[in-house]
Design a protein around this ligand. Structure first.
Ligand code: FMN
Length: 843
């Protein structure tokens, strides 16, 4: 809560005061090098004639200036640290604060022409101090300076990385990033670089902004608290119109100065009193001064040269030296030229925070608007009374079919409500008269993760459901022992509760199209409409841009990083799946045809388009036995042979990356041939070639839409799904991520290792725990890491973390599940699953 409030204040002040600070930063940066810039601009106007005799004494100088101007001198500034001009100030006209100022040659006393750029710097200074807007501007810059202190402290708090001891997490920029996360890096990482400079500039800048601050600081730091510092903002007191000007004996005055100081002055400033009877002031810096503005001060009688007061910088306590160095600290001069340059860079960078802050703010608003719109659309589609369409889905297929079935009901004018089973209970079922259920099976005949709570809570109870009419679509795969196990249990239970089945359960074995058509037929009969074909996402061509082996030299099968170019207007969410239609390599089909004495060049029709027999058979299952096919002509052969099944791969990138990336292990069958899908992607498909693919929404593995911590666990190619989740989190500026990854050996199997280590160093990953099973005598797996980090695991879960597991079901996911049960208890694990905080994409 506190963090949220601080965040809101940070951006609220940021988007308002940020502009003022940007102006103050740029003008401050310019102003800090005013002298150098003016000297450069006026190099030909200010030609100082350096002579061996040295610079003129004040008496000679004043005589020349007064003769040339016909006016009285009231002050002189001479800096011997460079061969530039000096400055002389003439007596102000009655009622004015400052008199005219001239630049002069310190060796000849010659007055220089009006310099270029002086007016510009006057405006720069006015903008810096009060936005050139008088008192109102001064209030604004003062408040913005206070805001700058708040930005520094709140920014530090908001970006505090989990690995606070790791300097990389604080200070390194990841140039590979783009978009929002790069903006965030610029804002937070560069903000950290400049933090101390800004604090220093703001804490000293307030000295000129507020009297109370100046007084407080003086009281705190001064060696003589009761005394107001001389000169602090009180320069150039106005002379009363009728006051007598002071008589000055420059020879005596300068002798007095020399006696008190010696010849070691590097720069000095003489200020005469406005009226007779008051002392003159000489501020000077010694050659070996601690910094360029370590001023000492003399008060001296302008006629006799008698020194009445001498305040030496070196005699002050450290606190009082700091107080005397407020300007030097503000401009960085306190730390010499490097300090000035760093302060200049930091100040000039001020607009960066305003711009990146705004970009982050706009991005956030855009996302919030999109979420509101999406919620609105969802509310519209689910609020209607009528049929209930309940689904239980692990990887999104059942969910997709549930929505398509709902679409068919809606097309018939029937109001529909689509709900996951996890959101249904006995009451909601009792209130419904008509329902469709679309249910898949996972694990070993179990309910999908999200429906486990439903099975426990609802299927374990007795409910009077006599008025419920329902139809059930069961998704499964006959390769598993308990085909459609969960769907059958749901169906049996509904029957036992007295619910009335509207039609026989339809069981779909691995996307069996005939079964799906049967389901559509049933829906048509139930609604009295012509069955609608479910609109499947179309297959499109994806070009292979790049393929790289990620584990050369590994003991395991080679793993490839595959980069595909998405067709135009394609987008997906982190966690989604790409289905591909694999093909046989042409040589294999030619061999098969040759073996069976067939001519591959014979023309046939394939999906309504002309093709050669060999081309068509690249997309068909090629049986080992041929007896039943003998005598078939080419087209009949194509029509008889079953199309190759699709293969699914977790996507390893996000749409914003501009490319769809996969991490695929090359499978090898016992006869040595390559697996169909992996062989096509990792070996046979040439770079630049095309693969037919379509996206599959995998909502069960989508990210939570809040910024809860995320624990990502996976092994091998399971890194793919986790990588896309991680990339999406980073893009959303959510950096509380912890990855546990396992493979065989670090030397060969640390897929995307550099990228992950950079994420750790940059703070996008708070922890990266690696289990390389073969790198030591005793095998170590991700579940072992989890056990070793059980304290952190509990801590993260207590903070609301969600767990995402991706990779092999048998070896890894089962082990992780067992370890979680052991560490947290079965009840807690069940609660995590039911709350959607433990999600799996395993195979
Ligand atoms: C890890 C895993 C375990 C599975 N276990 C079974 C099973 O025991 N019985 C079954 O009939 N189908 C099983 N299947 C197949 C799925 O039910 C089938 O692929 C279904 O279409 C997935 O639908 P969904 O995407 O909505 O989860 C399993 C699939 C996977 C990936």
């Amino acid at each position: 809560m506190l963090k949220k409030i601080i965040f809101q204040l940070h951006w609220f002040f940021g988007i308002s005061a940020g502009l003022v600070l940007a102006v103050m930063g740029v003008t401050g940066a310019l102003y800090s090098f005013e002298g150098e810039i003016l000297r450069l601009l006026n190099a030909d106007r200010w030609q100082v004639r350096v002579s061996e005799e040295g610079r003129l004494e004040p008496a000679e100088l004043v005589a020349k200036v007064e003769a040339a101007t016909g006016d009285k001198v009231s002050g002189i500034w001479l800096d011997g640290r460079h061969e530039g001009p000096g400055r002389v100030f003439l007596t102000p006209p009655a009622g004015e604060r400052r008199g005219p100022m001239h630049n002069f040659d310190p060796y000849t006393g010659e007055l220089f022409a009006e310099p270029l750029g002086e007016e510009f710097f006057r405006v720069v200074m006015q903008l810096h101090r009060w936005l050139a807007m008088g008192d109102i501007g001064k209030q604004i810059t003062a408040a913005s300076t206070l805001a700058l202190i708040f930005f520094c402290l709140s920014g530090l708090y908001l970006r505090w990385p989990r690995q606070a001891g790791n300097w990389r997490a604080w200070l390194t920029l990841d140039w590979a990033k783009s978009g929002r996360s790069f903006n965030w890096d610029l804002h937070a990482v560069i903000g950290t670089w400049v933090l101390l400079f800004y604090l220093c500039a703001a804490l000293t800048g307030l000295y000129w902004s507020y009297g109370w601050y100046r007084d407080g600081l003086t009281r705190l730091l001064s060696d003589s608290p009761a005394e107001q510092r001389d000169g602090g903002g009180r320069r150039g007191e106005r002379a009363a119109p009728a006051a007598t000007p002071p008589e000055v004996d420059y020879v005596a005055l300068w002798q007095g100065v020399r006696q008190a100081v010696g010849a070691d002055m590097a720069a000095w400033n003489l200020r005469l009193p406005p009226v007779a009877g008051q002392p003159a002031t000489v501020s000077y810096v010694l050659r070996d001064a601690e910094h360029a503005r370590a001023f000492n001060q003399l008060r001296i009688d302008p006629q006799s040269g008698v020194v009445s007061h001498h305040e030496r910088y070196a005699d002050k306590s450290f606190r009082a030296q700091l107080l005397a160095s407020v300007y030097a600290l503000h401009s960085g001069e306190y730390f010499g030229l490097p300090g000035r340059i760093l302060m200049l860079l930091a100040s000039a960078a001020m607009p960066l925070f305003f711009i990146t802050g705004w970009l982050l703010y706009l991005d956030r608003r855009r996302k919030q608007r999109a979420v509101r719109l999406a919620r609105g659309a969802l509310a519209g589609s689910t609020s209607a009374e009528g049929w209930l369409v309940g689904f239980a889905s692990q990887s999104g297929y059942a969910e997709q079919l549930a929505w398509q079935s709902a679409g068919q009901l809606q097309a018939a004018g029937i109001p529909v409500r689509v709900e996951p089973l996890s959101r249904l209970d006995g009451d909601s079922l009792r209130q419904v008269s008509n329902a469709l259920f679309v249910v898949s099976t996972f694990g070993d005949g179990e309910a999908p993760d999200s429906a486990q709570g439903f099975e426990r809570r609802v299927l374990g109870s007795c409910l009077p459901l006599e008025r419920l009419n329902y139809a059930l679509l069961a998704l499964g795969d006959r390769q598993y022992r308990h085909f459609c196990g969960f769907a059958r249990r749901v169906d049996d239970w509904l029957g036992r509760q007295g619910a009335h089945s509207l039609c026989e359960r339809v069981e779909v074995d691995a996307e069996d199209n005939a079964a799906l058509q049967r389901w559509q037929q049933r829906l048509g009969e139930l609604t009295g409409t012509v069955p609608l074909a479910f609109s499947e996402a179309p297959w499109r061509d994806w070009a292979l841009l790049h393929r790289q082996c990620l584990n050369p030299g590994s003991q395991g099968g080679p793993v490839f990083h595959i980069t595909l170019a998405p067709p135009p207007l394609t987008t997906w969410e982190a966690g989604d799946i790409l289905e591909i239609r694999p093909r046989h390599p042409q040589e294999r089909v030619e061999e098969w045809l040759l073996h069976h004495g067939l001519d591959g060049t014979v023309p046939v029709m394939l999906d309504g388009l002309p093709a050669s027999l060999v081309e068509a058979l690249c997309q068909r299952q090629l049986p080992d036995t041929f007896g039943h096919l003998v005598g078939l002509h080419a087209q009949a052969l194509v029509d008889t042979l079953v199309p190759l099944g699709a293969r699914e791969y977790s996507i390893a990138s996000v749409a914003a990356d501009g490319a769809l990336e996969l991490i695929v292990r090359q499978e090898r069958r016992s006869d040595g041939s390559l697996g169909l899908g992996s062989g096509w992607l990792t070996a046979y498909l040439a770079e630049g070639g095309q693969v037919a693919g379509r996206l599959r929404r995998n909502s069960g593995f989508h990210l939570p839409d809040d910024d809860r911590p995320l624990i990502l666990i996976g092994n091998g190619t399971g890194l793919a799904g986790l990588r896309s989740l991680l990339r999406a989190r980073v893009l959303a500026g959510r950096r509380n991520n912890w990855l546990l990854f396992g493979e065989r050996s670090r030397a060969h199997d640390f897929f995307c290792g550099m990228e992950l280590e950079a994420a750790l160093a940059g703070g996008d990953l708070q922890h990266l725990d690696l289990a390389f099973s073969r790198d030591q005598a005793a095998k170590v797996y991700v579940q072992d890491l989890l056990r070793q980090r059980s304290g952190r695991l509990r801590e993260w879960l207590d903070e609301g973390a969600a767990l995402y597991v991706c990779g092999s079901l048998g070896g890894m996911a089962a082990g992780v599940d067992e370890t979680l049960q052991e560490l947290l208890g079965a009840e807690a694990v069940r609660a995590l699953v039911e709350d959607g905080r433990y999600r799996r994409d395993v195979y």
